[in-house]
Ligand binder design. Sequence first.
Ligand SMILES: Cc1cc2nc3c(=O)[nH]c(=O)nc-3n(C[C@H](O)[C@H](O)[C@H](O)COP(=O)(O)OP(=O)(O)OC[C@H]3O[C@@H](n4cnc5c(N)ncnc54)[C@H](O)[C@@H]3O)c2cc1C
Length: 392
Amino acid sequence: MTPITPRIAIIGGGPGGLICARVLQRHGIPVTVFDRDAYAEERPQGGTLDMQEGTGQVALHEAGLTEAFQAIARPEGQEMRLLDHTGTLLFRHAPPPGEQGEPEIDRGELRRLLLDSLAPGTVRWGRYLRTLHPLGDGTHKAEFDGGPTETFDLVIGADGAWSRVRPLLSDHSPHYSGVTFVETGCDDADTRHPAIARLVGDGSMMAAHNNKALIAQRNSHARIRVYAAFRGSQDWALEHGVRLADPEAVRAALLERFAGWDDRLLALLRENDDGFVNRPLHALPVPHTWTHTPGLTLLGDAAHLMTPFSGMGANLAMLDGCELALSLARHTESDEAVRAYEAAMLPRAAQAAEAAARGLDNAIAPDAPQGSLRHLYHSSDRPSGEHRPPAR
Ligand SMILES: Cc1cc2nc3c(=O)[nH]c(=O)nc-3n(C[C@H](O)[C@H](O)[C@H](O)COP(=O)(O)OP(=O)(O)OC[C@H]3O[C@@H](n4cnc5c(N)ncnc54)[C@H](O)[C@@H]3O)c2cc1C
């Protein structure tokens, strides 16, 4: 029997889990978030995210955070440049003043914004979900590293790519997409790396050729984050005798891989302040679904991990979190609420995951950057910017 006030646990304090908690609390529904991080800033949160009008911004609106978001968002970050490996600019979108379709925000700032909106004590830090035991009546006993075992009426798996909740619902786990990102970056680019700052501009830049790409994005405080992307084994470093912890060896291996590219682009690999982080891209099968199970559900990457080529992972996670919370607020039975949420979320996620798979095939392709160029022209109904005709 579902109690009047269900005991709800959200596993994972990423964008999806935190916004779900915020919207639940706005509707007077108690919730606890458990995150494995010891504290909010324990891990660098990664790059910048564009908050899109139909997804992330809808969630921020339901969370009552639109104004706070706009105060720290970077609309100028919507600038987008596409180049080929000779450094020739093929496409540039410069957002006109006032364009708010997809303003950027650093992930760390988004996390802080969401955390500050929650009732004190909502997030229990340093709690890694180890195991969930179904108790047979729709409730689950959750065992955590770093805290006592607790029982919940509804467990929401918002615990990302390698979710510990997902195996209770689905036999699938993420597979390697065939593309690896190697991440690096530089700080204070306007002053210390002005040529790179000019190359990247106010937003993001991608140069692509023959199954490879160099992707760079401006974060706040003039930080430029760089990804060297290529098709190949996720164990490329091991296979080439390169130690990932040795920045000089990784740099040399990447410069060899990108040999022949214009020097202005190779500066992205030469002039970095950080080491290199290997990020093989994984995805769940498309569509990823499960049989509805009382007392459990998933959102965000736990439900539909896709490669970043959809540009929508965080946006979808936030929309999922928001819609699940609204559904719980509207239904008296939490099981009905979860069913309604899953019925809307799963097809939407499948559509986005298909687009992500197509986006990856277009971007990291033998004929790159032609696929990305065609895609940009088809999807671009923007009124301004320096759009040049596609090559074919
Ligand atoms: C290189 C790259 C670039 C990207 N760029 C974009 C972009 O531009 N736009 C966009 O929308 N998306 C982008 N994404 C995707 C986006 O980062 C994810 O889709 C998004 O973070 C998913 O949010 P989430 O809340 O579902 O999960 P996550 O952000 O992964 O959060 C999961 C949380 O769960 C916690 N956790 C994990 N396991 C446990 C456990 N067992 N117990 C307790 N806590 C746990 C983690 O500490 C974490 O806080 C990008 C992804 C990558 C890899």
